[in-house]
Design a protein around this ligand. Structure first.
Ligand SMILES: Cc1cc2nc3c(=O)[nH]c(=O)nc-3n(C[C@H](O)[C@H](O)[C@H](O)COP(=O)(O)OP(=O)(O)OC[C@H]3O[C@@H](n4cnc5c(N)ncnc54)[C@H](O)[C@@H]3O)c2cc1C
Length: 467
């Protein structure tokens, strides 16, 4: 364990000189929000101070100072993470990118954008959509930053067609743990020039350096999307249809699965009725394109396919009201479950799409065995499940032990199915033990070696991903 200094008054004075008086927080009331992410169940960790730079050079000055003064430093985007990635478990400096929020350029001609890492996803989407362009990654939480998305390699609903954040990052400017500024990748479409350090950084959760500027790939914005809400009499039947849908000539934009009970949670939470909600299980499949002439053959093929594979019906959502009702409910699942449970723990394991049904059966087994409510929904097209273990009225003294037992069993099941610990949320500090269990010890050792090369003093987001 590296020993870190505590932030003192002279450190704060230095940071104030770099970023200005109002851009350093050091009182309890101003730092409270920076002591946890969306999962405060994993602990509240108070920073020594919070620094809000607005330029790469300011970031470099701050990091260099931390390196020279043995201060740990944890980067925070919007704090929407779900595994304690951005919380300062060793105290020290929290560097928030919220003021690094400039969209530097959007070029429709080369389909490229350059942004500072603190740009918020929904603000970026608004700007690129207005120019007839699409940034395809579509993680559920639109108030996350692009830097946070890159640092976690965020996925989302459109991954089945377009891929994940990694697939849209052309270059990143990074501040290394010694304060040096480097650029990885470039505004190019191919690269076979040595080890791909850009891809190493993507998904490294702020443990190797701080991403300051990002060059992103864009695509033309399809003019419309049409969704099919497809009911089944069991989740097994719904998921059994997915491989057939995946074999159709047109790739769906989204293939999501959900069960009736999650819809009820969302309905209660939003206070709005979900259309055609009285079936046990659903697939939600969408296709996008420029007009109905393009989309219609894909919809027809999909309808025929699912009806041949046990669908009970197909509800077409081609009006904005119906699309909004369905997608608003889908977007609210996590918050709705959290709201209904009071306290919950979550995992986002990823398995082969054909193994999702078996994983869900295991969650049912655990519900029965431990008398606990577990909600599941997720991305059927890429095998990524979001599993929520709900505390409800379980007494505090029983809850911690129980949730650990259930989580251990969920991760064990993912291992048995040759799956991975996280499909998109990352490891942070909360899932570190499960990552260690899942990885070949040789691979884990290589990961530790990578960390040591980039950050020999272990000042950069210590205690995350690997020890
Ligand atoms: C309701 C809800 C729905 C969600 N849906 C999805 C989803 O569909 N798909 C998905 O992938 N995730 C989802 N998430 C999780 C979360 O939004 C993502 O992990 C997101 O990428 C985090 O971005 P952030 O800006 O909030 O980062 P933070 O939470 O602040 O940080 C996350 C990690 O990234 C690091 N980091 C942040 N910025 C930088 C930077 N500039 N340089 C280096 N490291 C950095 C942090 O140190 C930390 O380790 C959801 C969360 C919620 C609450």
């Amino acid at each position: 364990m590296a020993a870190y200094n505590k932030v003192n008054a002279s450190d704060i004075a230095y940071f104030q000189r770099v970023v200005g008086l109002t851009n350093v927080y050091h009182t309890d009331d101003t730092m409270e929000d920076y002591s946890h992410d969306e999962m405060s169940i994993y602990g509240i960790f108070k920073p020594g101070c919070v620094v809000l730079p607005s330029s790469t050079h300011q970031v470099s000055d701050i990091v260099k100072y931390c390196d020279e003064h043995d201060l740990s430093i944890t980067t925070r985007g919007a704090g929407t993470g779900l595994c304690g990635g951005c919380v300062p478990i060793h105290g020290g400096v929290v560097l928030s990118t919220e003021k690094m929020n400039q969209v530097i350029s959007i070029d429709p001609f080369t389909l490229t954008a350059v942004v500072q890492s603190g740009v918020v996803l929904m603000d970026f989407n608004t700007k690129v959509n207005a120019l007839g362009l699409l940034y395809p990654p579509d993680p559920g939480e639109k108030s996350a930053t692009i830097g946070g998305n890159v640092a976690t390699n965020a996925g989302g609903m459109r991954a089945v067609k377009y891929g994940v954040t990694r697939d849209y990052v052309k270059a990143i400017e990074v501040v290394l743990p010694n304060g040096q500024i480097i650029t990885l990748g470039g505004d190019i479409t191919k690269n076979s020039s040595g080890y791909d350090l850009k891809d190493l950084f993507i998904g490294s959760e702020g443990t190797l350096g701080i991403i300051t500027t990002i060059t992103l790939k864009l695509v033309p914005l399809p003019k419309m999307m049409v969704s099919l809400l497809i009911p089944f009499d069991s989740i097994e039947k719904a998921l059994s249809a997915v491989p057939y849908v995946m074999q159709l000539p047109t790739t769906a934009t989204t293939i999501e699965f959900m069960e009736h009970d999650v819809l009820v949670d969302a309905q209660d939470y939003l206070g709005k009725a979900f259309p055609n909600k009285d079936y046990p299980a659903y697939l939600l499949i969408s296709y996008n394109g420029d007009d109905m002439d393009v989309i219609r053959p894909a919809l027809d093929a999909c309808m025929k396919c699912v009806m041949a594979h046990d669908a009970l019906d197909v509800f077409l959502s081609d009006t904005s009201e119906r699309q909004d009702a369905i997608w608003n409910a889908r977007g609210a699942f996590l918050e709705a479950i959290k709201n209904s449970a009071g306290v919950m723990d979550e995992c986002d394991v990823v398995v082969r799409p054909i193994d999702v049904a078996e994983f869900i059966r295991h969650t049912r087994f655990l519900m029965g065995k431990h008398h606990v409510r577990i909600r599941v929904f997720g991305h059927a097209g890429d095998g990524n499940l979001h599993v929520y273990v709900c505390k409800d009225n379980i007494p505090d003294e029983k809850w911690r032990g129980l949730v650990n037992t259930v989580m251990d069993s969920l991760y064990e099941k993912a291992r048995e199915l040759n799956g991975m610990v996280s499909g998109e949320h990352g490891i942070g500090h909360a899932k570190k033990g499960y990552l260690k269990e899942a990885l070949d010890p040789v691979v884990l050792q290589l990961m530790k070696g990578v960390k040591k090369v980039f950050d020999p003093k272990r000042i950069m987001n210590p205690g995350k991903v690997v020890d």
